[in-house]
Design a binder for this molecule. Sequence first.
Ligand code: ZN
Length: 301
Amino acid sequence: MKDKINKVEEVSRDLYIIDSFFAGLPDQCGVFLLRGEKNILVDCGTSVGVGHVIEGLEGLGIGELHYILLTHIHLDHAGGASFLLDRFPGARVLIYERRAKHLVAPEKLVKSAHRSLGDSAPHYGTMRPIPIERVIPINDGYELDIGSGRTIRAVYTPGHSSGHFAFLERGSGALFCGDSLGHLFPESGYIFPATPAPEFDGELSLSSARRLMELEPDLLLFPHYGSSGRCREVVEQYIRKLERSITLAEEEGPGGSPRHLAERIMSDFPEMNDEETRLLKGIATVDAAGILHYLKSRGQG
Ligand SMILES: [Zn+2]
């Protein structure tokens, strides 16, 4: 069976990335498992890919999952949550207080996501409701006790979406950055800002990136895809790339075409195979539309 593939890599001690095979491709969308006295999952992947995540957890011998931390509520991060809760009956989900209602009644959110995702929508699947008693609402600065004297701190990082959080494991300096620093191409270290409509906000995204740098993390963990220990360099590159994308969008002007803007943004992407190029083109077009939308709402598009 195709969805029996599992790919799990150990990033550092007791920290793993499990591939959810987004759009059937490796290295596009992963979830992180932090193993310990309490087992923590950061993000879930889509409803389409969650089978791979469950297989990966089972392969690691994880019998109990305690907490699922959601960086934000997009379908490639939160879509698999209800399925994981079914499989792990002791698990609870942490989400930004103001987004909790979407986990409990996701229909509206799924509809609006499919609208902005266009052709890429089928890869993102759906979301099923989660019982309210399994949701732990969080705000900026929330500290989760994960046992053995360790804590994880929630860091509010709006920009990619207005309800975005990063999570810092204070002992090791590992920072689960969600999509707040874009996508990482692990081989080249290239960073691609993720800027989807309708919530992307350039100013907020830049200030969130600076806030993450001030935390002086030792390891950055990207669901798209992998990790980097060159934290300052990565954040600086993110800021540069985002500023460039915004400048290119300003050049495109008010009636700019997302497709054309996406082509320009992708002009210096590292080499990819045809399948990856097709997938990334779809994602970059959604992101280009997001920047144009942001400029319009800022009054300069
Ligand atoms: Zn994402």
